[in-house]
Design a protein around this ligand. Structure first.
Ligand code: UGA
Length: 434
């Protein structure tokens, strides 16, 4: 069974490498030349722990190759995983241009039976559109099936998630498609859930939106905690000990970011509204999430009074630790607002600075980038923690204290032990607790 991976972004590249490592014969393709050139040399175009090693191992074993030619990937494969971008449009709907264009190219190059598997997160009913498009444009009598196999990989631990999945959801509408996909994931047979395609598509959206709801819920509670003497971390612990609630995704902070939750919540709202379902619950989840940045900015102003010309160290730029991804990172909105207020920002992140420089190029004295957190805090009037990298947790805080002009920390992720930093003389602002 030869597997083609169309689109080698986060999802595509991890899926390609993961399937190759499981022993499958994989060919990956992408329209961005640089991604293919790098991947062919064993260099992932993104930072994901363990991915480079696994890519090189499987290139060496000959299980994986890459091509610039989508046609070649289609013609040489039996199964095609569609992992292309599904960006969001202004109105919240998903832009399906790339999926449609790939479907047409598959139709025009249908040289044998193909199983087309939706891997990108797509709106419910997408499979019907793919099927219709292929039927409209195909030039041969070859047969094909469409299936859905949503991914549940988390950035930062995507390789590990791929190798140890909690569930493999397979949405199929033919016995042939079912057999092929179950065969590909044979190793995880005990975790396979087989559904129809609509169900599989909804499982993906419902899962992400549920997790986002949990996060907004605890963030809402954290505001309540801040207005009282409650401690949101203990509230979350107390709630999480109830196995019906569970402890995960109850970490209050700056809200959910990244390329999935913000987009997927809005897409599900739009999907529901289009189908005549009242989606207000999720509209509030989205609203609470946006509110997190405002609450954080208010804290900065409360601590500094006037932001203009203040030197502010901003630690953490990626949307979460262990990734260089800055899509929908809270840091972007925070930096924008602080710049508008005239602050002089000193930025540091272990992995994401190159990407952030494309949005905020260095500009003396407004935006400076540093090679270590210690350089960033030098002479600063305040330090902001935006992403909870372990590197920040482990910092020598007496050294930080000595370097800063004013010992003020506004922490969006509660990374330090309050007593310890306060004993060192820091004024310390946390989320959902004193
Ligand atoms: C998420 C899902 O967790 C994956 O299962 C899914 O496959 C993926 O989206 C996707 O659809 O592709 P990811 O966006 O990589 O994965 O990151 P998460 O670890 O889920 O975190 C999302 C956001 O929520 C981050 O901004 C994180 O800081 C925030 N978060 C998470 C919290 O604020 N509190 C928490 O308790 C947990």
């Amino acid at each position: 069974m030869k597997i083609g991976i169309i689109g080698t972004g986060y999802v595509g590249l991890v899926t390609a490498v993961g399937l190759a490592d499981m022993g499958h014969d994989v060919i990956g393709t992408d329209t961005v030349r640089e991604k293919i050139e790098k991947a062919s040399k064993g260099i992932p175009h993104l930072y994901e722990p363990g991915l480079d090693e696994l890519l090189r191992k499987n290139l060496k074993r000959g299980n994986i190759r890459f091509t610039h030619s989508l046609v070649k990937a289609i013609q040489e494969s039996d199964v095609l995983f569609v992992c292309v971008n599904t960006p969001q449009k202004e109105d919240g709907t998903t832009d399906m241009t790339y999926v449609e264009s790939v479907s047409r190219t598959i139709a025009e190059n249908l040289n044998s039976y193909k199983l087309i598997v939706e891997k990108s997160t797509v709106p419910v009913r997408t499979s019907l559109w793919i099927r219709r498009t292929i039927n409209l444009y195909k030039r041969s009598d070859e047969d094909f099936d469409v299936a859905s196999n949503p991914e549940f990989l988390r950035e930062g631990s995507a390789v590990q998630d791929f190798m140890n999945p909690e569930r493999i959801v397979i949405g199929v509408e033919s016995e042939r498609a079912k057999e092929i996909l179950v065969g590909i994931y044979k190793k995880f047979e005990d975790r396979i859930l087989i559904t129809n395609i609509d169900t599989a598509e909804i499982i993906k959206h419902a899962s992400n939106s549920f997790l986002a709801t949990k996060i907004s819920y605890i963030n809402l509670i954290s505001e309540l905690c801040e207005k009282t003497d409650a401690d949101v971390e203990l509230v979350a612990k107390g709630m999480g000990q109830d196995s019906r609630i569970g402890p995960q995704f109850l970490k209050a902070g700056l809200g959910y970011g990244g390329s999935c939750f913000p987009k997927d919540v809005r897409a599900l709202i739009k999907m529901g509204e289009d189908l005549g379902v009242d989606m207000n619950l999720l509209s509030d989840v989205d609203k609470i999430n946006k509110q997190r940045i405002k609450v954080f900015l208010q804290k900065i102003k409360k601590a500094l009074w006037i932001v203009k010309k203040k030197k502010i160290a901003v630690l953490g730029l990626s949307f979460k630790p262990e990734t260089d991804d800055i899509r929908n990172a809270p840091g972007i909105s925070i930096i924008k607002e602080l710049l508008a207020d005239g602050a002089n920002l000193r930025l540091y992140d272990p992995k994401a600075m190159d990407k952030m420089k494309k949005i905020f190029p260095p500009k003396i004295p407004k935006i400076l980038y540093f090679q270590s957190p210690f350089e960033a805090v030098e002479g600063a009037d305040a330090m902001l923690i935006i992403t909870e990298w372990n590197e920040f947790r482990d910092m020598d805080m007496s050294k930080v204290r000595e370097l800063m002009a004013n010992p003020i920390i506004i922490d969006g992720r509660n990374v330090f032990k309050p007593e310890e930093v306060r004993n060192l003389g820091f004024e310390y602002y946390l989320v959902g607790k004193k």
